[in-house]
Design a protein around this ligand. Structure first.
Ligand code: BTN
Length: 282
């Protein structure tokens, strides 16, 4: 199936030309690809397809979404021009590792986009950042069976040519100030993002979270950032295997009772419990 604004053929062609993408992945993707002109949410449709027996690797792309879902129950504005994509997985990893999926995908996609000349970074836990503005985000939803993640739907939204809020950026406006764009179409962007998403998950499953954390923290804009945690000042020193943010409090601080302590002055913060804001815009 092909939709006027998104060519399945171009997407598959770009995918097969990306270095490191196996023939198997290209073939299974073309067999399990669903493209829609308008949907409520690609994550929702992916779950419906899974419920009807769709296999892991199923991919759903929409030209626009009418009820795009963001993290923490927020909406994700999904006008025509953006990339809205969800992919089904069956990772069979313990539920305690749910946040590791998001970290892996963020790291995989940011690295993939960097290979195409975009200095994309990560804002903990799941924001893709370009020039200190939000370029995109990741939403991981899971289904659990016997303490394991039996199914996961990973949704990615990337600003390509859609309008964005003040803290956002789209690639078209970024490219207006660059001499040599390396990504030429929404289909090409989709192929690069899909490859990054898959390689992030593969790295997690093959090499484990330590390997992901190594790449993830190198891409993280928050390392060294000063933060205020219940009247205590500290700085971000990393991300734990659980996906929590590691904060080193200033000497003399009293550890907030509500936070988990991992060493005399180091605490861990759960995703959604602190807003790290955006840096100075350039
Ligand atoms: C965030 O809040 O940063 C995550 C946004 C994730 C948005 C994407 S768009 C494709 C997929 N379908 C959805 O409904 N949400 C995700």
């Amino acid at each position: 199936m092909s939709v006027a604004e998104f060519s399945q053929k171009h997407f598959i062609n770009y995918l097969s030309n990306i270095r490191g993408v196996s023939k198997n992945l290209t073939t299974s993707t073309s067999n399990n690809l669903h493209i829609f002109s308008s949907l409520e949410s690609t994550n929702q449709t992916t779950w419906q397809l899974i419920n009807s027996g769709a296999p892991p690797g199923t991919i759903v792309i929409a030209i626009q979404q009418t009820g795009g879902r963001g993290q923490w129950g927020r909406n994700w504005m999904s006008k025509v021009g953006g990339l809205y994509m969800s992919v089904a997985f069956a990772p069979h990893i313990p539920i305690s590792q749910t946040s590791q999926l998001t970290l892996s995908v963020a790291s995989g996609i940011a690295s993939s986009l960097q290979n195409y000349g975009l200095p994309v970074k990560i804002k903990w836990p799941n924001d893709l950042i370009l020039q200190n503005r939000k370029l995109g985000g990741i939403l991981t939803e899971t289904r659990v069976n016997k303490e394991k993640i039996s199914h996961a739907v990973i949704g990615v939204g990337i600003n390509w040519a859609n309008s964005v809020p003040e803290t956002g950026i789209n690639l078209q406006s970024y490219y207006q100030k660059q001499s040599q764009p390396e990504i030429f179409s929404l289909e090409m962007l989709a192929a690069i993002v899909f490859q990054g998403l898959n390689s992030g998950i593969k790295q997690l499953l093959d090499s484990g979270i330590e390997s992901i954390l190594c790449s993830y923290t190198q891409l993280l804009i928050n390392i060294g950032q000063e933060v205020l945690v219940e009247d205590c000042i500290g700085k971000v020193v990393g991300v734990a295997k659980t996906g929590e943010l590691r904060v080193q409090l200033n000497p003399g601080s009293t550890i907030p009772l509500t936070k988990s302590q991992i060493s005399p002055l180091e605490i861990c913060l759960k995703p959604g419990t602190i807003n790290l804001g955006y840096g100075q815009y350039s």
